[in-house]
Design a protein around this ligand. Structure first.
Ligand code: AMP
Length: 210
């Protein structure tokens, strides 16, 4: 199964992807994580990407498409988390034959509250929330045992910018995938457990109809 997870920043795409990866054996392909890996290499390109991310802007389409396609190439089943984010990116991956697109439908006030408590491990791979999804040991990642940090682009000014971009570019994808009859809206204002139950219902239904 090839699945796209759409939704505004802070809608829980990373958290839901982690669960899907475990339960359905889908490879979790996060465009943001791939970009942060490039940043960590401190190459010239990595430094450019860092600047885009820290400003809350989208990294140029051609670079992201290339990076994602290279990673997806050898995998039969995956979740695309945070990709595509523009119509250009969506048209560039027509050949991947996506099975389903889930839109995490969450209100902006809930997202802002989530951001305030959001923490990630040093690799950025595992996400937590101080109240709604705390780690077993305060301040430490359950999986890789590194200390938890707040992402640099999780500050209010950058978040505002990321929202503007979502409404300007990414929201166009809703119409695009609706027309292709691939889009399912998932109510996502609740807890991670509640949202995940909603996601599972849709996926299990799709698997049954196959
Ligand atoms: P995320 O981890 O999905 O919240 O993404 C963090 C940041 O990485 C975004 O604010 C963008 O700067 C960049 N980014 C992630 N995915 C994409 C994408 N599909 N296209 C362009 N930039 C992206």
């Amino acid at each position: 199964m090839k699945l796209i997870l759409l939704g505004p920043p802070g809608s829980g795409k990373g958290t839901i992807s982690e669960r899907l990866e475990k339960d359905y054996k889908l490879y979790h392909l996060s465009a943001g994580a791939l970009l942060r890996e490039e940043v960590a290499k401190s190459t010239t390109i990595g430094k450019d990407i860092k600047a885009y991310i820290e400003r809350g802007e989208l990294v140029p389409d051609s670079f992201v498409v290339q990076l994602v396609k290279l990673d997806a190439k050898s995998k039969p089943n995956y979740i695309l988390d945070g990709f595509p984010r523009t119509l250009t990116q969506a048209t560039e991956i027509e050949d991947l034959n996506i099975d389903i697109v889930l839109l995490l439908d969450v209100s902006e006030d809930i997202v802002l509250e989530r951001f305030a408590g959001r923490r990630v491990c040093q690799s950025g791979e595992h996400g937590y929330h101080l109240t709604h999804l705390p780690p077993k040991v305060t301040g430490i990642c359950d999986v890789d045992k590194t200390s938890l940090i707040q992402r640099k682009d999780d500050n209010p000014q950058v978040i505002k910018k990321r929202f503007q971009i979502y409404h300007k570019d990414t929201a166009l994808l809703i119409n695009y995938y609706q027309k292709k009859k691939l889009l399912h809206k998932i109510p996502a204002n609740g807890t991670p457990d509640e949202v995940y139950q909603n996601v599972k219902k849709i996926i299990n239904q799709l698997n049954k109809n196959k």
